[in-house]
Design a protein around this ligand. Sequence first.
Ligand SMILES: [Ca+2]
Ligand SMILES: [Ca+2]
Length: 531
Amino acid sequence: MKHNAISLAALLFAPLAALCGAEESSAPAAQPKPLAPSEADLAEAETYRSKGYNVLFIAVDDMNDWVGCLGGNPQAITPNMDRLAKQQAMVMSKAYCASTVCCPSRSALLTGKRAASTGVYGNGQNLKNAPNAKDVVTLPEYFGKHGYYTLSTGKIFHKHPTANGMDEGQWAFQQVPNLGGGNKGMLWEESPASVLGVKSPDEPQEKGEEKETARWGACKAPVEETKDYIACKWAADQLQRDFDGKPFFLALGISKPHLPWIVPQQFFDLYPLENIIPTEIIRDDIDDIVRKDGRPIFKPGIGFFQGIDKANLHKQAQRAYLANISYVDYCLGVVFDALNKSKYAGNTIVMVWGDHGWHLGEKTKYGKTDLWEESDRVPLIVSVPGLVKPDVKCDGVVNLLDMYPTLIELCGLPANPENEGRSFAPLLKNPAMEWSYPTLTTYQYKNHSLTDGRYRYTWYGGKADGAEELYDHANDPLEHKNLAANLESKAIIAGFQKYLPTQNEPNSPSNKLSGADKKKMRKGTQKSDEE
Ligand SMILES: [Ca+2]
Ligand SMILES: [Ca+2]
């Protein structure tokens, strides 16, 4: 992988040299600030506006970097995303989520606010119940307010049961279609003989949530009758219509490769089991992540690992995940083809992103949530006609939190002062520019990880009394050797600590329903008809 990490680190830590010998300096914590737009930037914004970009915003649930053009696993077969990257898009090779689980990741992206600012840290917290988030104008609403036609299908916001039915963020869009309702059109029924099940012994769960099971296998339905294909076909059809003369913001949420890994057999057939090369498992990798008193924070075998390991199903599980990503890629191909054949091909921004990473064996873990590279790093593929050069990998460090200000800048909408992220529009134009800010990923209250492209620093302020990790990606890209306790790491850690959030909101209220509300919800109809 192309790496400009040394120059990034040199720039980041330049101020530390000046502080040498003054480590106890009480200078106020430095926080990343958005760059003020130059006159040239403003002129360029005017050009974007005159182009009238539409936005095709594609969220893929639980997809890590096992995508051909992202290079996370050379076995991945993803011709459509690869073609998008080759012919019209830039791959952001160092993109990170704001939080490592669906709801806080998406809530941060869509509100433009960090988890530590809103208190939305878990899947059981609805941003609409969070005092610091409930009144924020979300990204699709912001486009709607500025003259865009906004429409969506699939998972964009995390969904929550409420007394008035399922809240899937319908309120943020002008149009949310009913693509069949209930299970019609989903057909995730498995053919039992081919489904393998592995129970998770210790996957962190919200209170009241059922323990998830890792299941995979082939479904009976043909691809045309599966949920993501139907959603993609709907999006493809929208690209053939008019939107009352307005530009559009079309959000498409893809449900796979989220568990269960059940897709049509043809996608499993792409990967003969005997050819699968599983990830290398280093069984003592997490032993050097310790509390101040030396006790390890983690026990080996996190998430679904123990079940898969005990039954020696690593190849089967990883094949299933690959098959699910190839299924997603196949469905996305329908949308990309439709866009390229449409009148919107030349003025539509495409952003394909995953909401967080996923471990498949690394750190003896299967799953998401923790603050290592495999959980934090996300796919981000960006096409902006006339602005980004195709077939380029950009190593600038960006965050999904940055997408809100980026998209509104690209579309010429006024900046939203509520946004806490930093627009990476300049980086899209000039991918080799210096871009040196550490970026933040949070897991639950007060546990934060920062990366600047060279180092990853993690601080467990909420989970393990301030325990730390430091990895040097220049020598250790897979984060095996925790350097936090080394004397020579002290200055590097101090440099990162300036970027930890100064505000750590307590947990926002959890989305609890009373028994009566649950009953009402089961009886009630969901508001998902086209309107
Ligand atoms: Ca997810
Ligand atoms: Ca280690």
